[in-house]
Write a protein that binds this ligand. Structure first.
Ligand code: E4P
Length: 221
């Protein structure tokens, strides 16, 4: 399962590249707003960091664009900024129409805000490169994230659709584990969630116990 970082902060992207063998980046307007800079500046900075790599970087079109032609137009502008850019398009009838057109033009897409199997099916039929079910949001609403991920994987396999699943908006290490069990191709999470995923209380306890024993094995100075 590929590790994508959900962030628009270049220092976080650099850290994940150097330390975690990062496979890709996902941003959204909230992440871009959190940098305090204009989107064009943020995208230019990210483009520079990933220059020369094949890392996909998802950048989102204006979520309020209603007509597929407008979505396609903005997607073309974003895609022209950097060859790594994958265009995030929201799940809607017009959004899926835009994804179909962008696929024909060779522009990669990430169908975002996916909350149901039928939405994922429309995205796959339209030729979305990535499909992003929002695991964390589903669970906040009381629905199972894992169940949707499993269903989307089965649907893709049933028909041989080429889209890859990104388990998105993951909020804790359990959801990362469940994404792997469901056969997701990628997971995206914030830096803090990955930092948490390296840790386990028994590992800390074991380190303390073994360190104590290790010190006893040292020859007297
Ligand atoms: C990935 O695409 C993101 O996880 C998605 O946009 C959700 O973002 P959030 O963490 O801001 O809810």
């Amino acid at each position: 399962m590929k590790l994508f970082l959900d962030s628009a902060k270049v220092e976080e992207i650099r850290y994940a590249l150097e330390n975690w063998a990062l496979d890709g980046v996902t941003t959204n307007p909230r992440h871009v707003a959190a940098t305090g800079k204009p989107a064009t500046e943020v995208y230019a900075e990210i483009a520079q960091v990933v220059q020369g790599t094949s890392l996909p970087v998802s950048v989102e079109v204006d979520p309020e664009l209603e007509h597929w032609q407008d979505i396609v137009h903005q997607a073309q502008e974003l895609a022209a900024m950097c060859p790594n850019f994958v265009i995030k398009v929201g799940a809607s009838e017009q959004g899926f129409r835009a994804i179909r057109e962008l696929n024909c033009q060779g522009i990669r897409t990430n169908a975002t805000l996916i909350f149901s199997l039928p939405q994922a099916w429309h995205a796959a039929r339209a030729g979305a490169t990535y499909i992003s079910p929002f695991v964390g949001w589903r669970e906040e609403f009381g629905d199972s994230g894992l169940e949707l991920l499993r269903q989307v994987r089965q649907m893709l396999d049933n028909f041989g659709y080429c889209s890859q699943i990104i388990a998105a908006a993951t909020r804790n290490p359990r959801q990362i584990a469940e994404a792997a069990l469901a056969g997701c191709h990628c997971v995206t999470a914030g830096k803090a969630v990955y930092e948490q995923s390296f840790k386990q209380p028994f590992t800390d306890l074991g380190v303390r116990r073994f360190a104590e024993a290790y010190r006893k094995t040292l020859a007297p100075a």
